[in-house]
Design a protein around this ligand. Structure first.
Ligand code: HMG
Ligand code: MG
Length: 301
């Protein structure tokens, strides 16, 4: 078992993008500051996509401009195309994440292009971002299943992952966009993928739609993976994947890791503070079990 993992916090982007209630820019900044102070080293802060598609993140530029500087904390933003890259660059970001799906229908629903037509768009973004000295991360969605096509061929996952790595992204995050994966499937797919790519180049991005998220993390850990995406409070979902709910919760992930002796470098108490803050702002209970248990214990329930 690995001794240390890296946690990539995607709550301010993946988490908030699906929330109807608009969170004020100052509250997004407050959330990100609390997260950055918890010891997280990587926070995906927002996305530069069409505001009609994701109204919650229409303040991407304001958020990016006000990110608190904290030594050792990397901030990134999701970008679908050159316009997004320019937005991220102009707002001062040093890192972006590009994304596409392993299944055709989800790719079209999500970014209005076929996989084949998406590749040159991303290629141009990656080349230009590299010239600007930016770090570039990649996502492959629908790795474990597609809301429109069902099962996704592992060959498609391999192909899209290879395209992104060949373009020069430093890591590909493999997304269980609709939270259908099981530990057995994770083991099977990773055993194929790890024959082609080193584990250092991969991250896992589990949505917890059906409650299998942490079990899937454990299966990935056993396969040697050590980069995991998660969302504070378990916020989140993909608005273009039917029934997709939140990512695994950062609090639950960190609790499980630390209790198993796997170092995260993250202070759980501070994380819970961040979770409690955004839960209050959203005005509804979030899915994180550790968040709920800690709040109840502190109240003396
Ligand atoms: P499109 O309509 O095909 O774009 O959308 P277009 O190039 O034809 O341009 C149409 C209009 O959009 C133009 O404006 C452009 O300027 C504008 P108009 O002339 O009509 O006024 N436009 C933009 N505006 C702002 N920012 C931009 C941008 N690009 C063009 N970057 C587009 C294509 C990609 C823009 C659209 O489909 C889009 O914004 N999609 C975003 C979808 C999204 O955010 N999905 C959720 C994130 S992915 C996810 O959650 C999965 C992940 O978590 C992993 C997992 O869980 O598996 C990453
Ligand atoms: Mg996601």
């Amino acid at each position: 078992m690995v001794e240390q993992v890296r946690v990539i916090e995607v709550g301010p982007r993946d988490g908030l993008q699906n929330e109807k209630k608009f969170i004020q820019t100052k509250d997004k900044i407050q959330l990100i500051s609390l997260l950055a102070r918890s010891g997280l080293s990587h926070i995906e802060a927002t996305s530069f996509v069409h505001p009609k598609w994701i109204p919650q993140l229409s303040d991407a530029a304001e958020v990016a401009r006000q990110l608190p500087f904290i030594e050792g904390v990397h901030y990134s933003a999701l970008v679908p195309n050159r316009k997004g890259l320019i937005g991220a660059r102009d707002a001062g970001l040093k890192e972006i994440a590009v994304f596409m799906s392993a299944s055709e229908s989800h790719n079209i629903k999500n970014i209005n292009k076929t996989i084949q037509d998406t590749l040159p768009v991303i290629q141009q973004v990656v080349m230009e971002a590299a010239t600007l000295g930016m770090r570039i991360r990649g996502y492959v969605s629908t790795v474990f299943g597609c809301p429109y096509e069902g099962q996704v061929a592992v060959e498609s996952v391999l192909q899209v992952t290879k395209e992104l790595l060949d373009m020069g992204v430093y890591e590909v995050s493999l997304g269980d966009t609709i939270g259908v994966a099981t530990p057995k499937q994770v083991k099977e797919i990773l055993s194929v993928i790890l024959q082609s790519f080193p584990k250092e180049k991969l991250a896992m991005h589990f949505h917890d739609t059906r409650g299998t998220g942490l079990a899937n993390v454990y299966a990935s850990l056993e396969a040697g993976l050590r980069n995991f995406d998660s969302s504070i409070g378990g916020l989140g979902g993909c608005p273009y994947a039917l029934g997709a709910t939140g990512n695994i919760s950062t609090e639950d992930l960190v609790y499980m890791m630390e209790r198993m002796g796997v170092h995260t470098g993250i202070n759980l108490e501070k994380l819970v503070e961040a979770g409690a803050f955004i839960q209050k702002r959203l005005g509804k209970p979030l899915p994180s079990k550790v968040l709920a248990a800690t709040i109840a214990m502190n109240r003396g329930d």
